[in-house]
Every structure is written in C-alpha cells, then in structure tokens.
Design a protein around this ligand. Structure first.
Ligand code: A2P
Length: 337
C-alpha cells in the first residue's frame, strides 16, 4: 500500500461521508490526493479538507483511476455497482454498506477486535453494521477473558442510521409537531417525534426478525470467528439524532462479576466506563454524540441468572463515528500500518 495514498470517498456528501472527511482530517490520515464523489446532484459543490476546497465529482466507473483506498458510504446498491471498477483500478474498497459483509471473501473488521482480518482481503473490506460495532466493541475484551456464550441485545437507534435526510426529517417533523402543524414524513415510515417504533428494515415473515436484528446476529458470529455464540436482538428506533444506545445482557462460560467487567473494560480500547451510581449518571446518546469511545455503564449482575454467569449493561456510541466513519478510517489506518 502506498504510504501516502490517493483516497476517494464515495458518498462524501452524506451523513457518514461528512464524518469520514472529518475523521481523516482529525486523525492526520496520510493522503496525497482526496477525491470526493457523490451523485450528479452534488457534482460541483465544494467541501473543505485541511483548509482547502475540494470540488465534489459525480461518482462514475472512471472515478477510481490512480486511487489507492476508496471509502464507500452511498448505500448497498451503489457499492455493488462500483465494486468491480474499484478493484479493477487496483484500489481497496472499504465499504460501509451491508452489500459484502457476509461474503466469505470479504473481511468484516472492527480494528479493536479482529485487526488481522483486514490484511486478508481481495480488494474489498466491509465495515460492520453500526449496532453490531457498538455492541461488540466492549463485549470483545470480556469474551477474550471469559467466553460470551449468549448475548441478548435491545437497541435504541438514532435517525442517523437512515442517513442525513432522516436526521433532517426528525428535526423538521419535531418542529412541526410542536407547532401543531401537519408534516408528511418521506424517509421514516412511522411518526417519529415523541415516538419509538420497531426498526424500519424488512421483517422476515417466517422468523419475525427484521434485517437489522439479523445483521447483529450474523455479523457478531463472523467478527468473533465463533459459530457457537448465540445472539438475539430487538432493534428499535428512537427520536435521537446521531448516537445509538443498547441494553446488553450476556452470559459467560464461567462466573463473572460487575467488578470483573469494570476491570476488563477499564483498559479496553475504544471504550469508556460511565457508571456513576450515586449520581444516577450512565451512558446517554447525548454524551456519546461526537465521541470516538463507546460509553458503557449500568454494569450489574443479571439477577435472573442465579449461577452468576450473566451481566446486564447499557452502552451508547456515536453511530456516525465508531458505528461507521471512524471504524472505516481505522480500517484504512490498518492498511497503512
Ligand atoms: P448526494 O448527496 O449527491 O445525494 P446519506 O446516507 O446521508 O443519505 O448519504 C448518501 C450518500 O450517497 C450521499 O453522499 C449521496 O450523494 C450519495 N449517493 C446517493 N445516491 C447516489 C448515486 N446514485 N451515485 C452516487 N452517490 C450517491
């Protein structure tokens, strides 16, 4: 890999793309040239990187000549449409969509969990689903000390996972609601202000699980490289702008205490303990927004398991950062290491 790569961001104008640009700048990612790509609607707009205006270009099959690393966050169909052009151009695609995550030839990488997998690519590396990253980044160091046999997750997911337009829609719909005005939502299918609803991905009529839930189930197995881990999830959207929260309940192979978990997580990368019982202060999406770390708290023994093998805890992580852009940029850093 060129130590001073030519980098492209496909979907640069989107909610995740903007954060990718920011992460690349803040983390001093070495870049000899940056190409910003989006739809024809955005071609000609400018975005600022390291004090310089860069003109957004329309994403086409010719966009990747001379590119070393192409970050993609423009949706699964766009990733599928352009993957061959990226690989044929000799670039590595770091894809934030779900298009290739379960492809056996594509590594699915969280740098704090399975960094070695990033080097085992055939041109495409997948960034996991945001809810999966936020749940299992803090679970991995525990799993290494005391194998997690079973995970039960319940998510409280922000609008950002549905893109910049959904975030804007939540703000507009809330203003209209408070003003007593009618507002027709176009992105999110259910009334969003002052409401919660089951995640807006397709529900399998046979199993009753939605796609987001099954991503958590399947991706955890792949990233942990552990086919024995049992996972279930209930994924729900809440009227929060950019950080996801999750209640995690897990059972380990051996007995485990809240103090064990605190000790393990106190030195774990990408994780910060926020567990102030006296002040009743625990992870909140408002605090997690704009932060790289995943906040972990409410760490307690799960009293429904009298054998002492189970822990309940609550986490919050920025969906746009560790759940997407930051994780992708960290994968890029692994390629340069
Ligand atoms: P554009 O802003 O020009 O529509 P989000 O996830 O926030 O909805 O962002 C989606 C990103 O994907 C945006 O940068 C968007 O560009 C880009 N995008 C959407 N459709 C296409 C397309 N057909 N070709 C290229 N980029 C696209």
């Amino acid at each position: 890999m060129n130590p001073n790569p030519v980098v492209a961001i496909a979907g640069a104008t989107g909610a995740v793309g903007v954060e990718m640009l920011r992460c690349l700048e803040e983390r001093n990612f070495p870049i000899s040239k940056l190409k910003l790509l989006a739809s024809a609607r955005s071609a000609g707009k400018t975005m600022t990187f390291r004090g310089q205006d860069i003109t957004v270009e329309e994403l086409t099959e010719d966009s990747f000549k001379g590119v070393d690393i192409a970050f993609f966050s423009a949706g699964g169909s766009i990733s599928k449409k352009f993957a061959k052009a990226v690989v044929d151009a000799g670039a590595v695609m770091i894809d934030n969509s779900s298009a290739y995550r379960m492809d056996p030839d594509v590594p699915l990488v969280i740098p704090e969990v399975n960094p070695q997998a990033a080097h085992d690519h055939k041109g495409i590396i997948a960034n996991p689903n945001c809810s999966t990253i936020i749940a299992i980044t803090p679970l991995w160091p525990i799993h290494q000390k005391n194998r997690v046999k079973r995970l039960i997750a319940a998510t409280y997911q922000a609008a950002s996972g549905a893109g910049a337009a959904a975030m804007e829609e939540l703000e507009q719909a809330t203003r209209a609601h408070l003003a007593g005005e009618a507002f027709e939502q176009k992105i999110i299918p259910h009334p969003y202000p002052f409401n919660v609803f089951s995640h807006n991905s397709r529900v399998d009529p046979v199993t009753g699980y939605n796609e987001e839930e099954m991503k958590m189930v399947k991706e955890t197995t792949k990233i942990f490289a552990d086919t024995n881990i049992r996972v279930t999830a209930t994924c729900v959207r809440v009227p929060v702008l950019r950080a996801h929260s999750e209640a995690l309940d897990f059972e380990c192979e051996n007995p485990i205490t809240p103090d064990d978990v605190r000790t393990i997580l106190s030195t774990a990368p990408g994780v910060k303990i926020v567990d102030d019982v006296a002040r009743n202060y625990f992870p909140m999406p408002k605090d997690a927004s704009g932060q790289d770390d995943i906040l972990v708290g409410r760490i307690r023994q799960d009293i429904s398991d009298p054998t002492g093998h189970s822990i309940s805890m609550f986490v919050a992580g920025d969906q746009l950062l560790k759940g997407a852009a930051l994780n992708a940029v960290q994968i890029g850093e692994l390629l340069l290491a």
